[in-house]
Design a protein around this ligand. Structure first.
Ligand code: FCB
Length: 434
């Protein structure tokens, strides 16, 4: 149990994203996204799993709103599927798609739950990918148009609106490592994509501010602390490089109008003269997603991280202290706006037995990470809220339905939802911290 309570007004939430839960991939005029193409290409995902049906949230959202309300949270973070509202990523808007997000937002508000939306959680309209996707500078302008329209439509009812979720993943997992859509394996392209993502963020903020969009505007970055495995100079240099590529590559342009330098970093994007002025828009808030730390070992084979025994079902080390370290380092390096922890959570090999999921490991993960957040707040970091990833078990990208992050168990055969022990724990933790 944390010693001290969280301050009054601290926002307690849960998070999801469109492609991971909505399903209804071919309904009501939704266009194709790069994740439809990627997941339907053999060999890309666990047992060929796709998001075609997922949690069928598109149809079951009223029940899911009830479940959110049942957790006693203040807020729900979801993402808007760009191809559902603008099927080709430019031009015509899809009324049925727009209506869906209206109903979702109004349904949340009717239950007293504040909606926090993200504009891009990885599902680029395939039509834009066919024109070069995020490798093309033009996509940044298409994104700004989309952001502006959604901001004007929903902004009066949203608590926050984020441009991107985890641009590092879009750039590097999608374009260097090939593990995520669109599945490219090109280091220089990944760096150029990261630049266009940052540019699109800046352009979207400029457009939405010019239109007077009412929601608080920001971006969500995935971040990790980095630990050198030994005291060697090689490990120190590797750690510096990893931190530069993972954290500073997105923070420096936004807060310091530059890209970082680090040992061994040699690829920089093609940028136009005023790009940093566009990118470095003032933020109303910064969203940070944290799951694990980066362990920097230059040895071959690498030295294993120390806590892998209690690792999550993803094989990620449980290292709550890294969240404190990371937040304090951000606070030292940049002039941060208010921070939300927009994602934090763990995958467990959950078993549903007699209607119950005993997920003690998840509860311990949550408890320790909430304690880590409190420690950072005591160190001066202005953290305003916490969103557990995820509300529901869902489509975990290339891992398909094999990995379960939810507070609520989903039986994908019947779409039955069952709150796990962690759901009850979170509910009482929130009550005790009001
Ligand atoms: C994050 C993603 C989210 C989910 C979690 C486990 O990187 O934003 O969609 O997949 O990881």
């Amino acid at each position: 149990m944390t010693q001290q309570k969280f301050p009054p007004g601290f926002v307690w939430g849960v998070a999801t994203s469109a492609y991971q839960i909505e399903g209804a991939a071919n309904e009501d005029g939704r266009g194709k996204s790069i994740w439809d193409t990627f997941s339907h290409t053999p060999g890309n995902t666990f047992q060929g799993h796709t998001g075609d049906v997922a949690c069928d949230h598109y149809h079951r959202y009223p029940q899911d709103i009830e479940l959110i309300a049942g957790l006693g949270v203040d807020a729900y973070r979801f993402s808007i599927a760009w191809p559902r509202v603008q099927p080709a990523g430019r031009g015509a808007w899809n009324q049925k798609g727009l209506d869906f997000y209206d109903r979702l937002v109004d349904g949340l508000l009717a239950k007293g739950i504040a909606p926090h939306a993200t504009l891009y959680h990885w599902d680029l309209p395939q039509a834009l990918q066919d024109e070069g996707g995020w490798g093309s500078r033009d996509t940044a302008d298409r994104f700004a148009d989309y952001a502006d329209v959604m901001g004007q439509r929903l902004g009066d009812r949203l608590a926050t609106l984020s441009t991107h979720n985890e641009p590092w993943c879009t750039a590097h997992l999608g374009h260097r490592i090939g593990q995520f859509a669109p599945g490219a394996r090109d280091p220089a392209l990944a760096i150029q994509v990261a630049h266009h993502l940052l540019l699109s963020h800046g352009k979207a903020l400029l457009a939405m501010r010019a239109s007077g969009v009412k929601a608080l505007l920001g971006i969500v970055l995935n971040q990790s602390s980095v630990t050198p495995a030994t005291a060697s100079a090689a490990d120190a240099a590797l750690a510096e490089r990893e931190y530069a590529l993972f954290v500073r590559w997105f923070m420096d342009p936004i807060f310091l109008k530059r890209y970082p330098t680090a040992p061994g970093v040699s690829i920089y994007p093609v940028a136009h003269e005023n790009d940093f002025d566009v990118i470095a828009q003032p933020l109303d808030f910064l969203g940070i997603n944290y799951y694990t730390r980066i362990w920097a070992s230059s040895e071959e084979p690498p030295r294993p991280a120390p806590n892998l025994q209690g690792a999550s079902d993803m094989g990620w080390e449980n290292y709550a202290q890294g969240l404190t370290e990371l937040l304090l380092q951000d606070h030292r390096d940049y002039k941060l706006p208010p921070v939300y922890i927009t994602e934090n959570g763990t995958a467990c090999a959950d078993l549903l037995i007699d209607g119950r999921v005993n997920d003690a490991d998840r509860i311990e993960y949550m408890r320790s990470h909430l304690e880590a957040i409190r420690a950072a707040m005591e160190g001066g970091v202005d953290v305003r809220g916490f969103f557990y990833w995820s509300l529901l078990d869902n489509y975990e990208w290339n891992s398909g339905y094999d990995k379960r992050f939810g507070l609520i168990h989903v039986d994908y055969e019947t779409q039955t939802r069952t709150p796990k022990d962690s759901a009850g724990w979170y509910r009482s933790f929130i009550q005790r911290n009001r």
